[in-house]
Design a binder for this molecule. Sequence first.
Ligand SMILES: C[S@@+](CC[C@H](N)C(=O)[O-])C[C@H]1O[C@@H](n2cnc3c(N)ncnc32)[C@H](O)[C@@H]1O
Length: 245
Amino acid sequence: MTTQKVENIKPYESNSEKKVQIERMFDNIAGQYDFLNHFLTAGIDILWRKKAIQYIGLRKPQIILDMATGTGDFAFEALAIHPKKVIGVDLSQNMLNVGIEKSKQKNTTEQIEFVKGDSEALEYDTNYFDAITVGFGVRNFEHLENGLSELYRVLKPGGEIVILEPSFPKNPILRFLFTIHFRYITPFFGKLFAKDHSAYSYLPNSVAAFPEGQHFCDVLTQVGFKNTKFKSLTFGICTLFIGEK
Ligand SMILES: C[S@@+](CC[C@H](N)C(=O)[O-])C[C@H]1O[C@@H](n2cnc3c(N)ncnc32)[C@H](O)[C@@H]1O
């Protein structure tokens, strides 16, 4: 097994904890997050979440945790597999507020609960959830292993976790184009629409520092998950990780 030290990239040039900075960053961009997310990925992010939900759907999970739920897109997508309840947990109250508004509009407030919380200290019993989803969230955890161990703890034996993360394509031409998009186009539009240049410069830096493919599967295995695997999506610009307790 290979292990890799995960560099802790922070959004702002300040000495405060990563967690505090992440909360502040997502509180700042919450109003523009959905638009920018779909715009910068040309809407493909929706397909990635659908694909991930298909995986956990096979075992018909009833209680699902959507960790780092943000504005709730993964939680809404999970309703396609008819669980009893989805609980979306996030550090940023402003992101959750957007999710709560969307839930009212979609008439899903009975099925989805939005809760402010930290991945490293979850207020749920051990073996509580049938499945866990995390969309573009684990990269932001202050202590990756602690956050993942906590997710492992609250997952039921036999339950599955699916994790989506952006990644750099292997093909050199695509990698070059993706790097241009990520390093220049994304921060430009981030600054223009979200008025937070740091937030969208943090994105490529944090992706570059995050363990890719098998390296991240090894981290999942280290914290206890088994049968870990990963699938490259859309020429490798996103990776779907799957693990089981
Ligand atoms: C890029 S957004 C992803 C939102 C959503 N999952 C999606 O698929 O669009 C990342 C979210 O992770 C949350 N987050 C980061 N670290 C967290 C932590 N330790 N505990 C809870 N939420 C966290 C942030 O507040 C932010 O809302």
